[in-house]
Design a protein around this ligand. Structure first.
Ligand code: SF4
Length: 361
């Protein structure tokens, strides 16, 4: 499917409507890669300060490769999907070792790096070197499905093939970078998932979805995401000196490499009595040691919903559980943590400090 006006209209639109974002003013493949990884599953507004922090703290790929992983994870804190930060660090090391710190712009070489898939490889190769390779992301699928009136399921392998072909067929080889940027920006600003701005759309005349009133039916996506429900009971051991016990998460599950409290997980929520029985059984603590129990917090990830309760436990000694260590609140603040843990520590203990201050005044 080729429309001779498609790319010209898109590029013209882009020149007068695009947002001025820092990663669009550079051809440095390392900076472009950073922006692409940060912006995966993240809105521009949220990702922008992280991009600025990363390029300032690690101005070269060598700086990132040589930084401790804990420091990288701490800088990433709050952005979620922490495997991105771990892959970022691994890839930086690989680029340093394999390419002497010169970030590649070749599509095949990029694809061979950890955490870089077809989309990111095409984005870096085209933005940094104008390589004629079309990008395909959620915005691109939507624009193409609507404009060309294609109802192939975008979650199917056939959908990927069809839309990749359409994006590639309409790519003007000399203007690959701006075409890719325009396609994505158009999907983000004009041809949005809900309420696309069809009235003032330069593609309106030839748009199949507009001409048949199918904007809300396209693109077709049939894959249903299964959400797994989990129940976390975090035990916060607190020493008399005000320290708290944390441990580093190992294994391949969520939040790998981040710090959290001693965790008891269950497939269903515990009743109050069952919870205390389980606590006693698992840790040997006495009921009098329990200082407080939080309300339930809900934490939503892409494929999981976690209900979390924090139980505070007074403990004179460091419990003899694998990997738990005492940390002062200042030390804990510097550790990379899941945002729910960081916020809880911040809110609970800061509130407590404030209350203590009030009573001594
Ligand atoms: S007319 Fe509407 S549906 Fe068609 S490309 Fe423009 S914004 Fe998207």
């Amino acid at each position: 499917m080729k429309n001779t006006h498609f790319s010209t209209l898109l590029i013209d639109w882009y020149k007068s409507h695009h947002r001025d974002l820092p990663w669009r003013n550079t051809q440095n493949p390392y900076f472009i890669w950073l922006s692409e990884v940060i912006l995966q599953q993240t809105r521009v507004k949220q990702g922008l300060p992280y991009y600025q922090k990363f390029v300032t703290t690690y101005p070269t790929v060598k700086d990132l490769a040589e930084a401790p992983l804990d420091e990288v994870l701490r800088l990433w804190q709050g952005l979620g999907y922490y495997s991105r930060a771990r892959n970022l660090h691994t890839t930086a090391k690989d680029v340093l070792a394999q390419y002497n710190g010169n970030f590649p712009t070749n599509y095949e070489q990029l694809l061979a790096l950890k955490g870089i898939g077809k989309y990111t490889a095409a984005a870096i190769a085209s933005f940094a070197a104008n390589a004629p390779i079309a990008v395909l992301d959620g915005n691109v699928y939507r624009v193409l499905a609507r404009f060309f009136g294609n109802d192939t399921d975008i979650a199917s392998p056939a959908g990927e093939k069809v839309f990749r072909e359409i994006a590639q067929t309409n790519l003007p080889p000399q203007e690959a970078a701006i075409y890719n940027q325009a396609l994505m920006e158009f999907g983000a600003l004009q041809c949005t998932p809900q309420n696309p701005d069809c009235l003032f759309c330069p593609l309106q005349k030839d748009c199949a979805a507009y001409n048949t009133g199918k904007q809300n039916e396209l693109p077709v996506k049939n894959k249903k995401i299964k959400i797994k429900q989990r129940y976390f009971y975090y035990l916060i051991f607190q020493s008399e000196e005000g320290k708290i016990a944390l441990k580093k998460r190992n294994g391949k599950g969520i939040w790998e490499g981040l710090y959290d409290f001693f965790l008891i997980e269950n497939e269903a929520s515990y009743t109050e009595i069952a919870l205390y029985d389980t606590l006693q059984e698992a840790t040997g603590i006495e009921l009098q040691q329990i200082i407080a129990k939080s309300n339930t917090f809900s934490h939503q990830l892409t494929h999981q919903r976690i209900e979390i309760i924090f139980v505070h436990i007074r403990s004179s000694e460091l419990p003899n559980f694998k990997d738990l260590q005492w940390y002062s609140l200042e030390e804990a603040h510097l550790l990379p943590k899941p945002i729910i843990i960081a916020n809880y520590i911040d809110q609970y203990f800061r509130k407590k400090q404030k209350n203590n201050k009030k009573t001594t005044e």
